[in-house]
Ligand binder design. Structure first.
Ligand code: NAG
Ligand code: NAG
Ligand code: NAG
Ligand code: NAG
Ligand code: NAG
Ligand code: NAG
Ligand code: NAG
Length: 427
């Protein structure tokens, strides 16, 4: 695990600076090559050019895009994978909602390498073309798979009133994803499928917004069955990611507001510029700067694809919110500052999410030992606060399993998705 500490400890409130810095470094190191193109990976994977719908159709499935409007006017573009194998049967498929994490999107569940570890294949006889991607694995197994996109990411940038060029659009954190996005999407899916319950599988921030929802509105415990939390996040006081350093800049980030940079354009540029052999380790640092990575599980050949799809965008406030949670050691709502807190919450400090008030008995936790964002100590803390019995609990039996391996790990199918299938088969 290598992460450039000198860069991390450089206290910049805006990560844009780092990204520009890396871009400059790449230019210097590439200066001795005559041709620009020799300093970058010349082979382009077709998945780099594809959007979520195109990736789904390229794998032999049908794709649907649905627009869900939230109470506060955000228009979310959510995707659905249709396995035509099941279209003609009269069987009702169980709907599952897959929710990405911080800076992710629906493609998180689609863009991992199609390569499938042999032993896993034998175990589950999964179509070789779909491989290590939970979205496809579940569709292949006869689930009705819906892929969420939280406000502010690539696929959810529309609003009934605001434009993304307006700062007002970006006045949100994961509080609103939990309070508005999730209920709207869940309601939409239950209505579209005529089902009273749906399964929810989430990564990272996606788990935090469900914990927050279940804590605030117990009625969702009846609807969500099961809730499978990959790399569960609620408390983040012990995390070791650079988000720690953001804690010192919460106020700056909150003041800046707007969209959290780096921009998608810059990331695309970096993917092209930085990914030659010498630079690959730096590439990976940038890509996984916030969540960490595990070299053995990271398929370097596929970095270009990961780069063009992530980061998929969020607000500066959302990142500041995580910084605040590191500082406060609490799982609570966004801190607007005393004055605004009094207006919004009626108290000087933001209210906590009370995990002990969760009544769902359908929660499964999947966690690991080398996770920068879902640190074991914080997962234990989360478990202690939950007063309900867990449906299942699973420690990934691979010591170096990292936060991003759930999505991009070479052996994600083997270590995680097979377990997800097993949990689902019992509900
Ligand atoms: C770029 O790389 C190719 C093959 O890798 C090589 O044939 C070519 O000479 C290189 N061009 C320059 C200007 O270094
Ligand atoms: C599905 O149901 C319809 C009407 O009930 C019936 O005509 C059709 O044969 C069924 N299809 C299958 C594959 O069972
Ligand atoms: C790595 O990615 C490449 C390109 O997508 C793919 O061909 C290869 O099978 C992957 N290898 C593993 C071990 O996932
Ligand atoms: C497949 O999984 C096994 C664990 O059962 C692992 O030892 C092996 O390295 C994996 N193969 C590849 C090519 O990733
Ligand atoms: C926003 O809405 C327009 C028209 O309603 C649609 O064409 C466009 O794809 C939407 N953008 C996103 C990111 O969903
Ligand atoms: C929806 O489900 C209910 C009961 O599960 C059933 O009575 C009703 O006919 C269904 N409606 C549609 C439109 O399928
Ligand atoms: C949290 O919820 C539990 C269970 O409903 C309750 O007993 C406890 O008092 C709550 N804690 C706070 C601080 O509100």
């Amino acid at each position: 695990m290598t992460i450039n500490n000198t860069v991390l400890t450089a206290k910049m409130g805006n990560f844009f600076i780092i990204f520009v810095l890396f871009a400059l470094i790449s230019h210097l190191l590439c200066a001795d090559s005559h041709h620009h193109s020799n300093c970058s990976d010349t082979t382009t994977d077709p998945d780099e050019e594809r959007n979520a719908v195109e990736i789904i159709t390229s794998r032999g499935f049908k794709a649907e895009t649905h627009y869900v409007v939230t109470k506060d006017g955000y228009i979310l573009g959510i995707h659905r994978i249709i396995n035509t194998q099941y279209s003609h049967s009269n069987q009702t498929l169980k709907p599952l909602l897959l929710q990405h994490g911080l800076l992710g999107s629906s493609t998180d569940w689609l863009i991992n390498s199609p390569f499938l570890n042999g032993s896993y294949d034998q175990l589950n006889t999964i179509n070789e073309n779909v491989g290590n991607n939970l979205g496809f694995v579940l569709a292949q197994h006869g689930y009705d798979v819906w892929l969420s996109n939280s406000r502010g990411n690539t696929y959810s940038t529309n609003h009934t009133i605001y434009k993304t060029s307006e700062k007002k659009y970006w006045r949100f954190t994961f509080d609103e994803m939990s309070e508005y996005d999730l209920p709207a999407i869940i309601k939409y899916i239950t209505k579209a499928t005529n089902q009273s319950s749906i399964g929810y599988i989430a990564h990272s921030q996606g788990t935090a917004i469900m914990f927050a929802l279940l804590a605030s509105r117990p009625e969702f415990s009846q609807i969500i069955n099961p809730f499978i939390a990959l790399a569960p996040v609620a408390y983040v006081s012990d995390i070791i990611t650079p988000i720690r350093y953001i804690a010192e800049f919460n106020d700056v980030l909150r003041f800046i507001g707007g969209k959290f940079l780096p921009s998608d354009k810059l990331m695309t540029y970096l993917a092209e510029e930085l990914c030659d052999t010498k630079m690959r380790i730096i590439c990976s640092n940038i890509l996984f700067l916030l969540s960490g990575f595990d070299e053995q599980q990271l398929n370097m050949t596929r970095l270009g694809v990961y780069f063009t799809h992530t980061p998929a965008g969020t607000s500066s406030w959302n990142v500041a919110h995580f910084g605040q949670l590191v500082e406060s050691k609490k799982f609570r709502k966004f801190d607007y500052g005393e004055y605004e807190n009094k207006i919004i919450y009626g108290q000087k400090t933001p209210p906590n999410y009370n995990l002990s008030s969760i009544t769902s008995t359908k929660i499964a936790l999947i966690y690991s030992l080398n996770d920068w964002l879902a640190d074991l100590a914080n997962v234990v803390q989360l478990k202690q606060e939950l007063k309900v019995p867990l449906l299942a609990e699973y420690l990934v039996p691979y010591e170096r399993w990292s936060h991003t391996d759930y999505i991009f790990g070479k052996d994600a199918g083997l270590y995680v998705y097979s377990k997800v299938l097993e949990i689902l088969s019992k509900t």
